[in-house]
Design a binder for this molecule. Sequence first.
Ligand code: HEM
Length: 127
Amino acid sequence: EKHATPYDAIGAEKLAVLVDEFYSRVGKHPDLIPIFPKDLTEVARKQKQFLTQYLGGPALYTEEHGHPMMRARHLPHEVTPRRAKAWLSCMSEAMDEVGLEERFREHFFSRLALTAKHMVNTPDDPQ
Ligand code: HEM
């Protein structure tokens, strides 16, 4: 018997709205604006694919882009501890906005927090 994945429980539609709400915040966050492209359409499309597989759904990201290697793919971008915090705050607000149920939220968010920490590749500016 196949158990339902978090992806099945959340659903593609809600995941897509979550990602759109997330990037609308990223696009306005002063710590994140400098490293993201102005047009976030393509990164949002890739993030929907990535989070689909991250949550146990079909491997959409890998099918189109190959192995995720997320840390390596972030190396060209200065991901500081401050930016990781900003990224997670945008995600937390997006989860509130879509009303992600508590039973998924806690586990999903704590996994993202670990992944975000793993993406950090540059120290904060001293000041
Ligand atoms: C791509 C920043 C964490 C998933 C990117 C890009 C930036 C970025 C600047 C490239 C945008 C572009 O020019 O196309 C950050 C920062 C993070 C962070 C500051 C803070 C820790 C994460 C986490 C995940 C993630 C935690 C997954 C759970 C992705 C994906 C892409 C991406 C899937 C697209 C990769 C591709 O081009 O195929 N991120 N990211 N990021 N990020 Fe992050």
